[in-house]
Design a protein around this ligand. Structure first.
Ligand SMILES: Cc1cc2nc3c(=O)[nH]c(=O)nc-3n(C[C@H](O)[C@H](O)[C@H](O)COP(=O)(O)OP(=O)(O)OC[C@H]3O[C@@H](n4cnc5c(N)ncnc54)[C@H](O)[C@@H]3O)c2cc1C
Length: 430
C-alpha cells in the first residue's frame, strides 16, 4: 500500500513488489550543499545522481519517501519523444533547438537503460519497443506521418499491419500500428529506488520526511527552510511536478494535477501468457482519452487510464479499465485483478514540460503531462548540467518563464469537461 494515500489510489502493485529500501531519515538541523534538490522522483534523483557523479555536493529533500510521487506509481513505460511529432517541434522551436529537443527526448529511454546497466538497478527493464496501435484509418495516417518525420531525423520506426499488431498485442481490435524500437518498460518504483540508492552511494545526501517549506535568497546562497531544519545551497532544483505546493509561487499555478489510474491482474497462467504482448512491448492506444498497457516481469497484465478528482468516480474508472481489458483480451477469462492504484500527472496548457528559472540560482522542471518516466530522467541530467555551470542557452531544452495558467482555479471542471468531450470525439471517431 502507498503510505498516506486515499484508498482508491493506494493498492499499488509496485509497492507490493518493491525491493526493500534503506531508511531515508529526515533532516534535523542545518546543513549546506552546493546544490539542493526538492523532490525525489526520477527527475530530482537523476539530477542528484548526475551531480554526484561529477563530485558535486548535493542534498535531496523529499516530503515523503523517494518514489512516493508519480515516479513510483506509473505505468512503467519509458517512451521516447514529446507529445508532439518532430515537424511540430521544429516548427515551434526552430530547426536547431527543435532538433536538440528531439535528440534529448528521443534518446531518453536509452539514457535510462544506460543508468540501469551502469548502476545495476534491478527493475525488470526490457527495451523491447513501444507499440502505438491505431483504431482507424485516420489514426493510421497520423502514425505514418510520425514515422516519416522521425525518419528525417535518422530514427527508423516500423509500421505494423493489422495481423502483425494482432499477433504482437494479442487482440484484434486494431487496424494497424507503429513500433518504436527505442521504447522500453520496467518496474517504476524499483527504478526510482535504484536511482536513489545509486545517487546516495555516489555521494548525494537524501532526506525523506523533509518538506521544503520556504525558499529565500541571501547573498549568493538560497536558504531552504524545511520541516525540522534548513539547507543553504548555491543552486536549487525544483523537481516536484504534479505534487508542486506553494513553495515557489507561481509554479503550482503552471500545472494542473490530474489523476491517472492503473489496475493489474494476478500473474497470468502459462496458457494465456504467450497470447498477450509475448514480446513484452508496452503499448499506448492512440485515442484521445488514452489507455496504455504492458506486462510486468512476473507476467501480470497492467492497464492504465485517466482518473477523476472524486474517489467514487475514480473507482468506477478503474472498474472500466478491468471491463475494457476483458473486452479487448477475452483470453483473460476470469483471471482476477488484484491491484488498483493511481497518482497525479501534471498537465500544462501546451502539453509540454517547462524548465523555468526563478531568480538567480533556482530552476524548476515540471509539467511532464503523463510522460515523465524517461523524459524526467533526461531532464534531470540536463538540470545537473545547468547546476554544474552549463549556460542556459546550451541546454537541449528551452528555459521559459513560469506562466500561470489563466483561470487555474477552474481546473477541475475544465478537466472533466475536456475528458467528456474527448470521449465523445473518440466514440464518434472525429
Ligand atoms: C498512474 C500514472 C501512470 C503514469 N504512466 C507513465 C508512463 O507509463 N510513462 C511515463 O513516461 N510517465 C508516466 N506517468 C507520468 C510519470 O510518472 C511522471 O511524469 C514522472 O514520474 C514525474 O517525475 P518527477 O520526478 O518529476 O515527479 P514525482 O515523481 O511526482 O516526484 C515529485 C516529488 O516531489 C515531492 N515534493 C513535492 N513538494 C515538495 C516539497 N515542498 N518538499 C519536498 N518534497 C516535495 C513529492 O513528495 C514527490 O515525491 C504516469 C503517472 C501516473 C500518476
Amino acid at each position: 500500500m502507498i503510505a498516506n494515500e486515499t484508498p482508491v489510489l493506494a493498492n499499488s502493485l509496485w509497492t507490493a513488489t518493491a525491493q526493500s529500501q534503506p531508511e531515508y531519515a529526515p533532516l534535523y538541523g542545518s546543513t549546506e550543499a552546493e546544490v539542493a534538490i526538492i523532490g525525489a522522483g526520477v527527475t530530482g534523483l537523476s539530477a542528484a545522481l548526475h551531480l554526484a557523479e561529477r563530485g558535486i555536493d548535493t542534498v535531496v529533500l523529499e516530503a515523503a519517501t523517494p518514489g512516493w510521487g508519480a515516479s513510483g506509481r506509473n505505468g512503467g513505460q519509458l517512451n521516447p519523444g514529446l507529445k508532439y511529432d518532430p515537424d511540430a517541434v521544429t516548427a515551434h522551436f526552430g530547426e536547431e533547438m527543435g532538433a536538440r529537443m528531439l535528440r534529448l527526448s528521443g534518446g531518453a529511454p536509452d539514457l535510462a537503460m544506460d543508468l540501469i546497466a551502469r548502476h545495476r538497478i534491478a527493475c525488470d527493464a526490457v527495451q523491447s519497443g513501444w507499440i502505438q496501435p491505431a483504431h482507424d484509418a485516420g489514426s493510421l495516417r497520423v502514425l505514418e506521418a510520425r514515422a516519416e518525420q522521425w525518419a528525417r531525423h535518422g530514427v527508423s520506426l516500423r509500421m505494423l499491419d493489422r495481423e502483425t499488431v494482432a499477433r504482437m498485442i494479442g487482440t484484434d481490435v486494431y487496424t494497424g500500428g507503429l513500433l518504436d524500437p527505442r521504447g522500453a518498460n520496467l518496474h517504476p518504483l524499483n527504478y526510482t529506488l535504484g536511482l536513489a540508492r545509486a545517487a546516495q552511494a555516489t555521494g548525494a545526501r537524501i532526506y525523506g520526511g523533509t518538506r521544503a517549506v520556504s525558499l529565500n535568497k541571501t547573498d549568493s546562497y538560497q536558504t531552504i527552510a524545511t520541516t525540522n531544519g534548513s539547507v543553504r545551497a548555491r543552486r536549487v532544483l525544483l523537481c516536484t511536478n504534479a505534487e508542486t505546493d506553494a513553495l515557489c509561487p507561481p509554479l503550482a499555478r503552471t500545472v494542473v494535477p490530474v489523476r491517472s489510474v492503473q489496475v493489474a491482474t494476478a500473474p497470468l497462467p502459462d496458457e494465456i501468457l504467450d497470447s498477450i504482448l509475448p514480446g513484452r512491448q508496452a503499448a499506448s492506444d492512440s485515442r484521445r482519452v488514452m489507455v496504455y498497457y504492458k506486462r510486468d516481469g512476473a507476467g501480470r497484465f497492467l492497464i492504465g487510464g485517466r482518473g477523476d478528482y472524486n474517489d467514487t468516480t475514480t473507482a468506477k474508472l478503474q472498474e472500466n479499465l478491468r471491463r475494457i481489458s476483458r473486452k479487448m483480451f477475452p483470453q483473460l477469462g476470469d483471471v482476477p485483478f488484484t491491484h488498483a492504484w493511481g497518482g497525479h500527472v501534471a498537465m500544462t496548457a501546451d502539453h509540454l514540460p517547462h524548465l523555468s528559472r526563478h531568480g538567480e540560482g533556482v530552476m524548476s522542471a515540471t509539467g511532464f503531462n503523463g510522460r515523465g518516466l524517461a523524459l524526467g530522467t533526461a531532464i534531470g541530467k540536463l538540470l545537473a548540467d545547468w547546476a554544474s555551470g552549463t549556460p542556459e542557452a546550451e541546454l537541449d531544452f528551452p528555459v521559459t518563464p513560469a506562466r500561470p495558467i489563466p483561470f487555474h482555479f477552474l481546473r477541475k471542471p475544465a478537466v472533466r469537461a475536456a475528458v467528456v468531450l474527448f470521449r465523445l470525439r473518440d466514440s464518434l471517431g472525429i
